[in-house]
Design a protein around this ligand. Structure first.
Ligand SMILES: *Cc1c(COP(=O)(O)O)cnc(C)c1O
Ligand code: SF4
Length: 339
């Protein structure tokens, strides 16, 4: 009997397949370039440019890149380039003034009715354009105990009806911690929607495991997952299957994209992305203008061009395939819709 019990404990503590994939993620620019048969100079540049925000990319994402293509739209999102070390005076480490809207450790409230909880600083990928790369995540709460003051504040504020879990990536939390947090929010009767901003269904589709599906299926609050996909090539059969598991659990799926020069700044790429999303049951929500973060100028698409892209999309496809072009302006009552 004792042996059986010991085995059970072992199974419970066993590392999940998605965590194995995380451990196996590529962190070395030379390994990435070798794998894609790209010149070593690119890796050298990447190592010099990456700074403290080191390269991090799961194998499943690399598999969707084209071997030998230095301009692959997925590769450009993860491989540091020389331009990252350039800075401009209109860029900053906290372009959205997030520190000003923190009403409790890890809880940001900028807009009426909803608040955003930073659940972790970890992500399953390091996106080179990320606006959170300078966020002081090490100060953010990491366990239910540390979320207590944010939870108390949410509980008291009956004007809130939606909580957005963000980060980093909330699905980086292990099942037990995530469930504890979500079930706690689900108990509050004024919280009608729990929204999760995550890139994990794209980066590591096996993260959508039985525990997650079971958790979402059992909630009374409506669950919304906003995935983050920038290019149609990011969607393969495993991603489609992960999204289907979420939909079968009653989760509403939306997508947000960042408009990025050289990656998705053309109408064909944006239309193909929207079509693939809708094929798998995800509606395009936002197309974000890049925030002015240090070291990301090479990804910036001029605003006039962004508006033209949306107009061109609108003239070619159904309205629900066209995301809203938005930008965040510190202090505004909502994100600004540009087109
Ligand atoms: C973007 C954001 C939201 C959500 O805005 P929606 O327009 O509802 O998607 C909420 N809170 C914060 C702090 C945000 O940055
Ligand atoms: S997944 Fe999101 S938060 Fe994480 S690095 Fe990419 S853009 Fe930034």
């Amino acid at each position: 009997m004792e042996i059986v019990a010991a085995n059970r404990d072992f199974v419970r503590a066993a590392i999940e397949p998605w965590q194995v994939e995380l451990k196996q993620a590529i962190r070395d620019p030379f390994a990435l370039c070798r794998r894609l048969e790209l010149p070593e100079e690119l890796a050298q540049q990447a190592r010099a440019a990456q700074g403290e925000f080191e390269i991090f990319c799961p194998q499943a994402f690399v598999e969707r890149m084209t071997v030998g293509d230095a301009n692959d739209p997925l590769l450009l999102q993860v491989l540091p380039r020389e331009q990252e070390s350039h800075s401009f005076s209109d860029q900053s480490g906290d372009p959205l003034d997030e520190a000003e809207f923190e009403i409790s450790p890890g809880l940001l409230k900028k807009y009426d009715g909803r608040a955003l909880l930073i659940t972790t600083g970890a992500c399953a990928i390091h996106c080179r354009y990320c606006f959170r790369r300078f966020y002081p995540y090490s100060d953010a709460p990491k366990s239910i105990g540390q979320w207590q003051s944010a939870i108390n504040m949410i509980e008291r504020d009956r004007q809130l009806d939606e909580i957005i879990l963000s980060g980093g990536d909330p699905l980086m939390l292990v099942d037990r911690v995530l469930a504890e947090l979500i079930l706690r929010l689900n108990q509050m009767d004024h919280i009608r929607r729990i929204r999760i901003h995550t890139r994990l269904p794209i980066m590591i589709p096996s993260r959508v495991n039985g525990a997650l599906v079971g958790l979402f299926s059992g909630l009374t609050a409506k669950t919304i997952c906003v995935i983050h996909c920038n290019h149609g090539n990011e969607i393969d059969d495993d991603v489609a299957a992960a999204v289907k598991r979420l939909r079968d659990a009653g989760v509403q799926l939306l997508n947000q994209t960042v408009l990025l020069q050289g990656i998705n700044d053309n109408v064909d790429a944006l239309i193909q992305l929207s079509q693939r999303l809708v094929d798998i049951g995800v509606l395009p929500y936002y197309l974000h203008e890049l925030d002015p973060v240090l070291g990301t100028r090479h990804f910036k698409v001029p605003r006039e061009k962004a508006v033209e892209l949306i107009d061109a999309m609108r003239s070619r496809v159904s309205g629900y395939l066209v995301p809203r072009l938005v930008v965040e302006t510190p202090g505004a009552a909502s994100k600004q819709i540009l087109a």
